[in-house]
Design a binder for this molecule. Structure first.
Ligand SMILES: *Cc1c(COP(=O)(O)O)cnc(C)c1O
Length: 431
């Protein structure tokens, strides 16, 4: 399988080169030249995540040096608990809990998978710097995945004051080969700085930079596997295809769900639940895409005004009408997030993080419209990660998972950085 750039001005490369580069040299994002079509029936409905992933990702790994290691990569990285719980008060509805990894958000799956791949690709190399812009959760997941892996340095940029106190503590709590910077700007500034540094240094640049953001194809691919697994398990029970609601910011997680459908898994509609950042809902309403700067909301890991993976989505549907592709988007206000967290807790005892609440609210509206088809909600973070928002709403302490508690006990440090491209280049060439 070859990977090409969404912008069409870079040579096609194999997966390992696409993983190493992060961003394509023309500034575009790597996409598979064509999509494989899989036979879901060939995968047992009892298969666990590493075995589903090995089957689903196989065509993308063909002809690469990692091909023969795919099973062990999947086993080493995707062996996290993955409960799929029925939401019995919502008809044929389920929630897939993607937050039982070391940093309690879904990004652990893909970050760990990418780290396993990169360690094998780079073994014996001269050292690489992984640059990450984070709106809160990516940075911690990538730091946890690469922490103390020899040959890697991780540089994290996060928007100062715009992540939760617990997220900020987590981001600075790794140390060793992880360097954390708090940028005096918003997430879009952080993302622009990373992209600029990657383009400026080039694939063979002296700094040997890459990224582990969702612009890396290695972040996107492994996420396909949990949607594939859920569609098989729930499909066995319902005999119907699954509709999915995904809390959405940069569109990485939801795009993986759309890809799972495109490669043949029994998924029908994909609903993007955004916070007050309306770029995607506006696109689906009006048909023109207008990136803008991100607004601050309670679901801060989705405070994205110009979702980078839209470029991949548009490329994927370049010959079709994206607005008639079974993809829907709905924006949820902070007020509705609060009301949803309270309602879920009151009605069923469920404690939702603000991101998951966006998706639960979308499901609530879908059910209110009389739609009774099977639906899955992606629960993207553990509510304890956002206790300063959630706890006052439900008036209950939220037990913290042990992995989070351990990070919170460590000291934390982040260096301030102005939101300027030159400032980043200066620190990465110096450190
Ligand atoms: C990153 C994140 C999201 C948004 O995911 P995207 O892939 O950027 O759309 C949603 N919820 C949580 C908890 C996150 O950390």
């Amino acid at each position: 399988m070859r990977f090409i750039s969404t912008r069409g001005h870079a040579v096609a490369v194999g997966l390992t080169d696409a993983l190493s580069a992060g961003l394509a040299p023309d500034g575009g994002l790597y996409v598979p030249e064509s999509l494989p079509l899989l036979d879901p029936a060939a995968i047992g409905t009892d298969a666990d995540l590493p075995s589903v992933a090995a089957r689903v990702l196989k065509p993308f790994f063909n002809d690469t040096s990692l091909d023969s290691q795919l099973v062990s990569i999947a086993e080493a990285s995707l062996d996290l608990p993955l409960p799929i719980r029925p939401l019995t008060d919502r008809g044929a509805s389920w929630q897939i809990e993607l937050f039982h990894g070391p940093t309690a958000a879904f990004k652990d799956f893909a970050a760990r998978f990418l780290a396993e791949c990169m360690s094998r690709i780079e073994a014996g190399g001269s050292g690489r710097t992984i640059l990450v812009a984070t709106s809160g959760d990516t940075g911690a997941a990538v730091a946890a995945a690469f922490h103390r892996r020899s040959g890697f340095r991780v540089v994290i940029l996060y928007p100062d004051g715009r992540v939760s106190p617990m997220q900020a503590h987590q981001l600075g709590a790794f140390g060793d080969n992880v360097h954390t910077y708090r940028v005096q700007g918003n997430f879009d500034d952080c993302q622009r700085m990373v992209k600029q540094a990657l383009t400026a240094s080039g694939p063979s640049g002296r700094l040997d930079l890459t990224t582990a953001n969702s612009i890396s194809i290695g972040r996107l691919l492994p996420q396909i596997s949990y949607y594939a697994l859920a569609s098989l398990r729930i499909g066995r029970q319902t005999g119907r295809s699954l509709n999915v609601v995904v809390p959405t910011g940069n569109l990485g997680n939801a795009l993986a769900c759309i890809l799972a459908r495109e490669i043949g898994f029994p998924i029908d509609e994909v609903w993007l639940a955004t916070n007050a950042n309306r770029t995607l809902p506006d696109f689906f309403e009006r048909g023109s895409y207008q990136g803008r700067s991100g607004l601050e909301t309670l679901a801060n890991a989705m405070d994205v005004g110009d979702p980078s993976n839209f470029e991949r989505l548009a490329w994927l549907f370049r010959n079709r009408d994206l607005r008639r592709a079974g993809i829907y988007a709905e924006s949820i206000s902070d007020e509705a997030i609060r009301a949803c967290i309270q309602r879920e807790f009151r009605d069923s005892g469920r404690i939702a993080c603000p991101h998951t609440a966006c998706a639960l609210e979308v499901l609530h509206r879908i059910r209110d419209n009389g739609d009774d088809r099977p639906f899955l909600v992606a629960a993207t973070a553990h509510p304890a990660k956002f206790s300063e928002t959630v706890q006052p709403l439900i008036d209950q302490p939220i037990p913290m998972p042990e992995s989070l508690a351990a990070l919170m006990r460590r000291p934390s440090h982040a260096t301030p950085l102005p939101p300027e491209d030159a400032a980043l280049l200066k620190v990465i060439s110096r450190d």
